[in-house]
Design a protein around this ligand. Structure first.
Ligand code: ADP
Length: 177
């Protein structure tokens, strides 16, 4: 199904682990009525992990299997996809892409609090410093649909929620006119 045939938009919320994706997506789902799809959780439930990465101490995603799993839902529209990677999703799935960004000292504290240490902690903070996910999103989607949003403070979060909710309302109005 083409983008124009959907009656509700699909949003991608991406960024380095710890930038606040889950927190914002959960609240966005409440405000907009869109469905929050936590890709990490869905992948676990549908057994979309193929092996274990010993270096990063995390499972490796079977991307093709996950895409098959989500295809019908995404074709319907009305989803907020939450994941720390973005270049393997089909480009046609998304109407807009938000990349959350967090200051590296703030992120360091959040990830330490989450229990990350050593290489995992360093690599994730570096990923944010080098804006790896932002560049991944800019390379994978049309530049005019990729937006970075600061996610350091509670005020940032409120502002982001307001902005994204307003965008959803506008999208729905355009779709119904
Ligand atoms: P992610 O889903 O990107 O891994 P989380 O939503 O789990 O990140 O957030 C990581 C931690 O940071 C949580 O403890 C959350 O409460 C906190 N947090 C997220 N966004 C903000 C923000 N804008 N301001 C302050 N704390 C935040």
């Amino acid at each position: 199904m083409e983008t124009s045939q959907r009656i509700m938009p699909n949003i991608l919320v991406t960024g380095t682990p710890g930038v606040g994706k889950s927190t914002v997506c959960e609240q966005l789902a409440e405000r907009t009525g869109l469905e929050w799809l936590e890709v990490g959780k869905i992948a676990k439930d549908c057994e979309c992990f193929e092996e274990f990465d010993e270096v990063y101490q995390c499972p490796v995603l079977d991307e093709d299997k996950l895409i098959d799993e989500l295809e019908d839902k995404m074709a319907q529209g009305g989803n907020i996809v939450d994941y720390h990677g973005c270049d393997f999703f089909p480009e046609r799935w998304f109407d807009i892409v938000f990349v959350l960004r967090t200051n590296n000292t703030v992120l360091y504290d959040r990830l330490t609090h989450r229990g990350y240490t050593g290489k995992k902690l360093e690599d994730n903070v570096q990923c944010e410093i080098f804006q790896t996910i932002l560049e991944e999103a800019q390379a994978a989607y049309k530049p005019d649909i990729v937006h970075q949003l600061p996610s350091n403070t509670a005020d940032d979060m409120e502002e982001n929620l307001d902005k994204i909710t307003a965008w959803v309302e506008q999208w729905k109005m355009r779709a119904s006119s």
